[in-house]
Design a binder for this molecule. Structure first.
Ligand code: SF4
Ligand code: SF4
Length: 510
C-alpha cells in the first residue's frame, strides 16, 4: 500500500464505527427478491481480489451490549452484518445520525450467524455457568428451548434438524446440573395465559386488538424502539424463558424445599436476545416475592453454540449418550409447546387452546396441522371459525423487515387481524442468532430441516398436542395460580413494556 494511503490497520480502526457514523459503504443487496423465504440469502461473496474493493463496513456494537460482541482482529469488513441487519431486520440505517443515547440493536444476533469469520459472537457466559456448577452451595437448574433440540446435534456432526432432545438432557445431567427442566413446559404455560388474554380482549377490550405475541425479545425491543404507540397491543405475557424462571424460584422452590436465593437458573436458548431479556429490570418477579429485587428470575443464558462448546470442553461424548427424560416437575410438555420454535408455531398452539377455551371442545384436526400458518413465507394470514364465537383472523411474520409491513397496517387502523405473531429471526427461533452455523449465511435448507423436526416432534412423538392437557400445567394452576390471568399469574407471568423511542431518532417512512 502506498505511503499516501491509510494502512489497513488504521483503516480498520477508522471504519470500526461505520454503523455509528454512517460511513460504511453499503453491501450489495440481497438476491433482489422480497425479504421472506428464499430472499433471505445474499448474493455477495465475490471471492478474493483487491481487499479495498470489497470493504463494505460493519455494524457498530456497543461495549454495553449484553448479547453480542466483536473481535475486531477477525473482522474483514465484508459487510455481511450490515446486510442482514439492514435487509432482513431493517434496523441498520433505520435511524438518523448522529445517534443520541444508544446504538440501536434488537439483540437478535443474526449478524453473528452471517459473519463469515466468527468476528461477531454471542457474549460468552460459559465461565459463569461453570462457576455456578462448581459451587456446592448452589442448586443449578437448567431449561432448554424447543429450537435447541433440533439444532444442537449439528455442532457434533449430525445432519441439520437432527432431534437430540434426550441426548441434550443427558449431556446437561453429565455437566452436573441439579435439575433439567423444559422451556416447552413453560411454552404450554404461555399458551394458557396468552389464549386467555386474547379471549379476554375479544370479549372486553376490542380496541386493544390485534393482540401481538410477546415471546420474542428481539421483536419486543423492536416494537419499543419504533412502534411504542402500538405497545398496548402487545400481550402482557412473559416469554416461556421468563415464565419458567419466575415459577422455578417460587412454586418449584417451595415444592422442592429449596431457598430460591440459592437457585442459579440457567437457560439454553437458540437466541442471543434472551441474554438481554433475562437482564431486563422487570424480570425479577420471584425476587420481589422474597423482598430481594436484585434476584432475577433467570440468571444466565447460554446459546445453543455455547452449550456445544461447554459439552466439548468437558469432553462429554454427545453422540453416544443415551436419551434421558426431563425432570419432574416443570418438565412435561405437549406438542403445542414444541412448535413454539418455528414461525407460525405460537399462533397454531395458541389457537388450539383458544378454540378449547371458547367451545370447551378439542379443536378439529385441521388446527393440529394448520398449513396456512406454516412455512417460510415472510407474511402469512389465516382465518379460523370458532363455533358460537365467530371468525378469528390471524397474521404471522418473521424477519423484522416483514413486521414493518404488518405494523404499517395496524398503525393506519387497516388491520383485519385479531392476533399477530412476530418473530425476529427468519424461520422463527430455529433460525435464531445463537444457533449452530451449519451454513454461513444460514440457508432455507437448514431452516426447513429444523422446522420439519419440530413438527415431527409435535405430530409423531408427543402423547399430547394441546397445552391444556399438560398434567403438570394443570397441577400448577390447581396448587398455585388457580386460573389463567389470576392475580398471582399477573404478578409472576405477565410484564409491561417501555417506550424506547427516545434513545435515537428513527427515520420516518421505514
Ligand atoms: S460480518 Fe463479521 S467479518 Fe464481516 S464486517 Fe461484519 S463483523 Fe466484520
Ligand atoms: S425469533 Fe427466537 S431466536 Fe430470534 S430473537 Fe426472537 S426469540 Fe430469539
Amino acid at each position: 500500500m502506498g505511503s499516501n494511503k491509510l494502512s489497513r490497520r488504521n483503516f480498520l480502526k477508522l471504519v470500526g464505527g461505520a454503523g455509528l457514523f454512517g460511513t460504511g459503504i453499503l453491501a450489495a443487496g440481497c438476491s433482489g427478491k422480497t425479504a421472506g423465504g428464499k430472499g433471505w440469502i445474499p448474493s455477495q461473496y465475490e471471492g478474493t481480489g483487491n481487499w479495498q474493493a470489497q470493504v463494505k463496513g460493519r455494524i457498530a456494537i456497543a461495549s454495553s451490549n449484553v448479547s453480542i460482541e466483536r473481535n475486531d482482529s477477525k473482522c474483514i469488513l465484508c459487510g455481511q452484518c450490515i446486510e442482514v441487519c439492514k435487509k432482513v431486520m431493517s434496523v441498520y440505517g433505520s435511524y438518523e445520525l448522529p445517534l443520541k443515547k444508544d446504538i440501536p440493536c434488537v439483540n437478535c444476533g443474526q449478524c453473528s450467524l452471517w459473519c463469515p469469520t466468527g468476528a461477531i459472537t454471542e457474549k460468552n457466559n460459559i465461565t459463569d455457568v461453570v462457576k455456578a456448577l462448581e459451587d456446592q452451595n448452589k442448586y443449578v437448574i437448567v431449561q432448554t428451548a424447543p429450537a435447541t433440540k433440533v439444532a444442537l446435534g449439528e455442532e457434533f456432526g449430525m445432519e441439520p434438524g437432527s432431534i437430540v432432545e434426550g441426548k441434550q438432557v443427558a449431556a446437561l445431567r453429565a455437566l452436573g446440573f441439579d435439575a433439567v427442566l423444559d422451556t416447552c413446559f413453560s411454552a404450554d404455560l404461555t399458551i394458557m395465559e396468552e389464549a386467555a388474554e386474547v379471549l379476554y380482549r375479544l370479549k372486553n377490550v376490542q380496541n386493544t386488538l390485534p393482540q401481538f405475541t410477546s415471546c420474542c425479545p428481539g421483536w419486543v425491543k423492536f416494537c419499543e424502539y419504533y412502534y411504542p404507540d402500538l405497545l398496548e397491543h402487545m400481550s402482557s405475557c412473559k416469554s416461556p424463558q421468563q415464565m419458567l424462571g419466575a415459577v422455578a424460584k417460587t412454586y418449584y422452590a417451595t415444592k422442592m424445599g429449596i431457598n430460591p436465593a440459592n437457585i442459579v437458573s440457567v437457560a439454553i436458548m437458540p437466541c442471543t436476545a434472551k441474554k438481554a431479556e433475562a437482564k431486563r429490570s422487570e424480570m425479577n418477579a420471584s425476587g420481589k416475592e422474597i423482598g430481594n429485587e436484585h434476584m432475577m428470575d433467570v440468571d444466565l443464558v447460554l446459546t445453543t453454540r455455547e452449550l456445544a462448546r461447554l459439552i466439548k470442553l468437558k469432553q462429554i461424548d454427545m453422540t453416544n449418550l443415551d436419551n434421558q427424560e426431563y425432570d419432574s416437575i416443570l418438565g412435561e410438555s405437549t406438542g403445542a409447546g414444541k412448535i413454539f420454535g418455528v414461525t407460525g408455531g405460537v399462533t397454531e398452539a395458541a389457537v388450539r387452546t383458544l378454540y378449547y377455551y371458547a367451545t370447551k371442545e378439542n379443536p378439529p384436526a385441521s388446527l393440529l396441522n394448520w398449513q396456512e400458518v406454516r412455512g417460510l413465507k415472510g407474511v402469512k394470514e389465516a382465518t379460523v371459525d370458532v363455533p358460537g364465537f365467530g371468525t378469528v383472523k390471524v397474521a404471522v411474520c418473521h424477519g423484522l423487515k416483514n413486521a414493518r409491513v404488518i405494523l404499517k397496517q395496524v398503525r393506519e387502523k387497516k388491520s383485519p387481524w385479531q392476533f399477530i405473531e412476530f418473530m425476529a429471526c427468519p424461520g422463527g427461533c430455529i433460525g435464531g442468532g445463537g444457533q449452530p452455523k451449519s451454513a454461513v449465511p444460514p440457508t432455507d435448507d437448514v431452516r426447513t430441516a429444523r422446522i420439519a423436526s419440530l413438527y415431527k416432534m409435535d405430530a409423531q412423538q408427543s402423547k399430547k398436542r394441546l397445552s391444556y392437557q399438560n398434567d403438570e400445567i394443570n397441577t400448577l394452576y390447581k396448587e398455585f395460580f388457580q386460573e389463567p390471568l389470576s392475580e398471582k399469574a399477573e404478578h409472576l407471568l405477565h410484564t409491561h413494556y417501555q417506550d424506547k423511542s427516545n434513545l435515537f431518532t428513527a427515520k420516518k417512512d421505514l
